[in-house]
Design a protein around this ligand. Structure first.
Ligand code: HEC
Length: 113
């Protein structure tokens, strides 16, 4: 009997923990973008982000409107270097959790011309 009660208490504790974890705020897309150093090569002009590299060769396009133009699914695959765009792979592979990638895509998707 004792064992069962303890097991139930333990399980309830786990569920409570899961509920807290789920309720935690989702990753902030702009923070992810900056933390991934995407802003070294890309401006996002509507969000006040400027590319920091001085090298014109390294620079990529301003990302305002990009997600709308290509679609979120394609962009995720492109950033993971799974698909090409204009016959080329993205110069940098994005290494982040799916949650972070989704949050960042949502942030970029909200940037409209
Ligand atoms: C070393 C520089 C560099 C870094 C860092 C970089 N990019 Fe890029 N990115 C480029 C270049 C250059 C292109 C254009 C490639 C081409 O035309 O084939 C590009 C293209 C893109 C495109 C497609 C734009 C379009 O409309 O064609 C997206 C979206 C993008 N990058 C997002 C990101 C994100 C998000 C990050 C951070 C995880 C990132 N990039 C980091 C250089 C970079």
């Amino acid at each position: 009997m004792r064992m069962t009660t303890r097991w139930i208490a333990g399980a309830a504790g786990l569920y409570a923990f899961a509920a807290i974890a789920t309720a935690a705020p989702a990753a902030d897309g702009k923070e992810v973008f900056l933390a991934q150093k995407c802003n070294v090569c890309h401006a996002v002009s509507t969000a006040g982000i400027e590319a920091t590299t001085k090298s014109e060769k390294m620079k990529g396009p301003d990302l305002v409107g990009t997600i709308q133009a290509h679609g979120a699914d394609t962009m995720v695959k492109y950033l993971k270097k799974e698909v090409d765009l204009n016959g080329k792979k993205h110069p940098k592979e994005m290494k982040a959790t799916d949650e972070e990638i989704q949050a960042m895509i949502a942030f970029l998707e909200a940037q409209k011309k």
